[in-house]
Structure formats: C-alpha cells, structure tokens
Design a protein around this ligand. Structure first.
Ligand code: NAP
Length: 341
C-alpha cells in the first residue's frame, strides 16, 4: 500500500479579472504527523464561497490575502484522524478552517465539534453556518423587515439568499428573489415559497421588478451589485434599508462599471429618501450565533426553512467548481466532497 499523501490546492498566480484554472496548482506532500497539542484532520467537505475570490488578490481588505504558493483558504468539515490534543479524539467530526486540502494539522484553535445526530455536518458550512448567520443577522439587524413590507434579495437561490427570503417570509414580509435562470426562479417560488422570483439574465429586469413590487422596496438584501443594483435602486421606498452583504457581480471587475458615475445620484437619494445602506462582515455578528442556531434549527425542523446543497466530488474539481460559482453555475450551497464522512 502506498503511504497516504496530503493533496492540496495552492494559489499559483494572482488573477487579473476572471480567475483561470492556471491560477491554481495541485500539489502533494507527505502526510504530517501531529506533535504535542496537535490534531491531524482528514477533510471530508470543503466549502466554496465567493469571499475566496477576494483572498486571491493582494489588496487591502478585511482579511489577509492568500500568499502565492499557500493553500487556498476555506471552511471544512473534517474527521479527526489522530489527536495529541485533550479536546478531541480520533473519529470526532469537526468544523475547521483547513482549506483546500485533504489533510491538515491543527492546534485545536477554532475547531468546533459537530454532532452528526443533531444535524447533517454539511449544514455547518451552509444553512446552519456562516452563510446562514449572515442571512439571519443581516436581515434582522440591518434589514429589520416589518410584516407586510417588501424584501428583495439577489443571488436568491444561493446559500445566503435562499435563507434571507425564507426568513423574510417567517417575519411576515413579502419576499421577492432575483436569480439567474428559470430553473432557479421556479425553485424559489415553488419550493421555497417566495412571493415572486425574477430572472436577472432575461431582458427588462427593472420593469419586471417594478411590477413585482407595486408598493416599492422596503429592504434590499444586496448580494450582487452591478446591473441588479441598478434595477433595484429606483424602487427603494423612503426609509428603506439595504444590508450590503456581497457584490459578487463586481469581484472580477478590472475597470469601473460602464455608464455614468452613479455616486452623486445615490447620495442624493440616500439623503432625500432617508436610506440606510450598511455593509457588514460575518464575524461582527458572532454574538448572535447562539440565537441564530436556535432559531434556524427550529425553522429547519418545522419545514419553514429549506436548503439545497450542490456537492462536487473530489478535491481536484474545486478550482473548476469555484470558477463556476462566480458565474452562477452552482445551484445551492456549493460544497466539495474531499473524502467520505
Ligand atoms: P451563492 O449565492 O451560493 O453563489 C453565488 C451566486 O451569485 C451565483 O450562484 C450566482 O447566482 C450569483 N452571481 C454570480 N455572478 C453574478 C452576477 N454577475 N450577477 C448576478 N448574480 C451573480 O453564494 P453565497 O455564499 O450565498 O454568497 C452570496 C453573496 O453573499 C456573495 O456576494 C458573497 O460574497 C456574500 N457573502 C458575504 C458575507 C459577509 O460576511 N458579508 C458572508 C457570506 C457571503 P445566479 O445564478 O442567481 O446569478
């Protein structure tokens, strides 16, 4: 039997604009063995998330970029293979940040034990994890929808957006989702109970959105930016709230968006319509995690929140799947199965 090896995907080059497969490199290395206080993890599931695009650029942001030649960063569900750490034993399933690789050493920091009997471990990377938390906290803390108000969310069939729309409905608001393609729109309406769903890839989004929101928009949960923002912005009501969670349409941009500079118009409307536009990064909502996990677990159990996972098989397919995420090829929370659980 050959010795097991660690396979890992490193950042090979910094992309200019849209990333390419050649920006990643698959490497192999001997399997590390844990020293005193360390744990050897075998990665079972890797989460692919839009923020990883930002980590590929060497620019100032809220987190350090991945260095050239370093393992791509990412959240994982992993199995403890060997442990010289008092908190975990072999066989434990943990949430970790092991990145795009088959195995990793950990000193135990940030490991969260998961109980597969309580919830499928994959949900710790999606609806019960970071994307679910930003949906919950961004909507409750920033969006603050009231019953009867209209909430619009973009990237609505994805990990964050699908939770936002369903929570908005639970709070008594109307949920209008914007997603790419008829299949995703049908899923939003027929399976998740959105009041309306609009395809941003079809013509006339602004007109169709105005029809779907006859009383205007009270909350716009922004996941996308770009042309979708242009369609939603004129519909914002006085005192509308805009939680700015993500701007995925802009992550690969190398030049300003086409057309006139919108900033003076936006600022004028912020003033005259008393708009609240507020960005956030997930970690600021950490104090809300216990309430989020309690509420979300009960909504899932009662069927009020449903979720969808898009699972790609094999670590070597992670780069291709990640490029697809930036173009809307995923349908639901994107995960890579690296090894069996
Ligand atoms: P996701 O929605 O599961 O996947 C990304 C989706 O974005 C794609 O499936 C695609 O859906 C849509 N998209 C890509 N390019 C687009 C474009 N040019 N125009 C319109 N839509 C486009 O991803 P997610 O994890 O739930 O993340 C959604 C957003 O939340 C991202 O912007 C992400 O950066 C942000 N986020 C922020 C935080 C935070 O802490 N602030 C945390 C997590 C996520 P369609 O096929 O529908 O176009």
């Amino acid at each position: 039997m050959p010795e097991p090896r660690n396979r890992r995907i490193v950042l090979a080059a910094r992309p200019r604009g849209r990333p390419q497969l050649t920006d990643f490199r698959l490497e192999e290395a001997p399997l590390p063995s844990p020293g005193e206080g360390e744990v050897l993890l075998r990665v079972a599931l890797l989460s692919l998330d839009p923020y990883m695009r930002g980590r590929m650029d060497d620019v100032r942001s809220y987190a350090r970029p991945v260095g050239l030649g370093e393992v791509m960063e990412g959240g994982t569900v992993a199995v403890v293979e060997a442990s010289r750490h008092p908190a975990v034993v072999p066989g434990d399933v943990v949430l970790s940040r092991s990145g795009w690789q088959t195995h990793a050493l950990s000193r135990g920091e940030g490991l969260v034990k998961l109980d597969p009997k309580v919830a499928p471990p994959s949900t710790a990377l999606g609806v019960l994890g970071m994307p679910g938390l930003v949906a919950y906290a961004g909507l409750l803390e920033v969006g603050r929808p009231r019953p009867g108000e209209t909430v619009v969310v973009s990237a609505a069939s994805g990990a964050v957006g699908s939770a936002v729309g369903q929570i908005a409905r639970i709070l008594g608001a109307r949920a209008v989702g914007i997603a790419g393609g008829p299949e995703k729109c049908a899923y939003l309406k027929d399976e998740l109970g959105f009041d309306a769903a609009l395809d941003h890839r079809a013509q006339g989004l602004a007109e169709r959105l105005a029809q779907a929101c006859p009383r205007g928009v009270d909350v716009y949960f922004e996941n996308v930016g770009g042309a979708v923002w242009d369609a939603v912005f004129p519909l914002l009501n006085d005192h509308a709230r805009v939680p700015v969670c993500g701007l995925i349409a802009q992550y690969n941009a190398t030049a300003p968006f086409p057309g006139p500079d919108r900033l003076p118009l936006v600022m004028r409307q912020v003033l005259t319509r008393s708009l609240v536009i507020r960005g956030f990064i997930e970690r600021e909502f950490a104090p809300l995690r216990p309430a989020f996990q309690r509420d979300m677990a009960s909504w899932i159990a009662s069927g009020k929140v449903r979720y969808r996972e898009d699972v790609v098989e094999g670590l070597e397919r992670a780069p291709e799947a990640f490029l697809g995420l930036l173009e809307g090829k995923n349908f639901g929370k994107l995960l890579v199965r690296v090894s069996p659980l």
